[in-house]
Design a protein around this ligand. Structure first.
Ligand code: FES
Ligand SMILES: [Fe+2]
Length: 349
């Protein structure tokens, strides 16, 4: 693609107001809010949200914007019995209904019962929580059917996040998706970290589906077993990671009993907001194993972050040009991503 695809501020604003407002966007894991009233707040392309486990134990996504005069209501994360706006103390139950509004009973024309925080469509897949801001998108799960089949044996929905970080990377958000999803750079950028485990030459592309794409990063045959495995895993599944994208903003890698993932959204054309995490199937893993997994993930992410900052600088140069992609097994997911973007953005042309 031409470099401006990754550097033009107007195009980035277009992507925020279309893709990130119309598609299913991953916000976190169900295990972050296991009990009634557990919540976290998040901003998605300027839309402040509360993700909360409701009275009926269902996860809901509410606008974090007071119905009175629009203040933000909650911040951070925690356990709530209700949400009280800090401005004039209107209070809402955890399902978003307005419960109390000081002195408002003096206005007989206002009925509390008819007032609640707006809700957004929410779907759970593989233990991940997705929101749809447009409330009009077709359901997510049918779009991920082929991917669900590939991941069944890993039991990703039972995994629990034990490591999470947030940061801003100096690259276009699409460069980060592409980087996570191509194996071409594994043996060069990750020469000291991943090359011995998942070398470029063993990467194998698999066919994309409507709402996903990905590849297998296979381990060399002589590699000793990598950590624990669910007993459902086949010999083949034990010998590879499944790299998957649920575009636009979610990428992950499943290996044995671990999933590592990023949720990302554009900040500017040249910066991306990233949450990264690791969830484990067995919460009782040793501290040593948890630390080893986190350490490998953090080191590889640091290598990518450094490389992507250099990429973004090059893409902004007048001398930046285009060239062919490597064969499908190594860079086919970049092509898959372009196809995804073309179909989702064409409706706005
Ligand atoms: S803005 Fe929330 S109570 Fe006034
Ligand atoms: Fe990488």
């Amino acid at each position: 693609m031409p470099p401006a695809f990754y550097t033009a501020p107007e195009f980035c604003e277009f992507e925020k107001s279309t893709l990130f407002r119309e598609q299913w966007i991953c916000l976190g894991r169900v295990d972050q809010i296991p009990e009634r009233g557990d919540y976290f707040t998040v901003d998605l392309v300027g839309e402040p949200l509360i993700v909360v486990r409701g009275q009926d134990e269902q996860i809901r996504i509410l606008a974090n914007v007071c119905r009175h005069r629009g203040s933000l209501i909650a911040e951070g994360a925690g356990k709530a019995r209700n949400f009280v706006c800090p401005y004039h103390a209107w209070s809402y139950d955890i399902d978003g209904h307005l419960m109390r509004a000081p002195l408002i009973s003096e206005r007989p024309d206002f009925d509390l019962k008819n007032c609640r925080l707006p809700r957004f469509a929410c779907e759970i897949w593989g233990g991940f929580i997705y929101v749809n801001l447009s409330n009009e998108a077709p359901p997510l799960a049918p779009q991920l059917e082929g991917l669900s089949d590939l991941l069944t044996h890993y039991h990703m929905d039972e995994m629990v996040e034990l490591h999470g970080e947030e940061s801003v990377w100096e690259t276009n958000w699409k460069c980060l998706v592409e980087n996570f999803m191509e194996g071409y750079h594994l043996s060069s950028v990750h020469q000291k970290t991943l090359h011995a485990i998942t070398p470029t030459r063993l990467c194998r592309h698999f066919p994309p589906g409507e709402g996903y794409f990905g590849y297998f990063s296979n381990f060399p045959e002589d590699l000793p077993q990598r950590g624990a495995y669910h007993s459902d895993l086949t010999a083949e599944e034990r010998q590879r990671s499944v790299m998957f994208a649920v575009p636009p903003g979610h990428v992950g890698s499943v290996t044995g009993h671990i999933v590592t993932y990023l949720y990302l959204q554009p900040a500017t054309a040249d910066t991306v907001k990233v949450k990264r995490g690791i969830a484990f199937l067995d919460e009782e893993i040793t501290e040593e194993e948890r630390r080893a997994a986190a350490d490998l993930f953090e080191r590889t992410m640091a290598e990518d972050m450094h490389q992507l900052a250099a990429l973004q600088k090059g893409l902004k140069a007048k001398s930046a040009q285009t060239a062919p992609l490597a064969p499908a097994d190594y860079e086919g997911n970049v092509w898959d991503f372009y196809q995804y973007l073309a179909t989702r953005l064409a409706v706005h042309a």
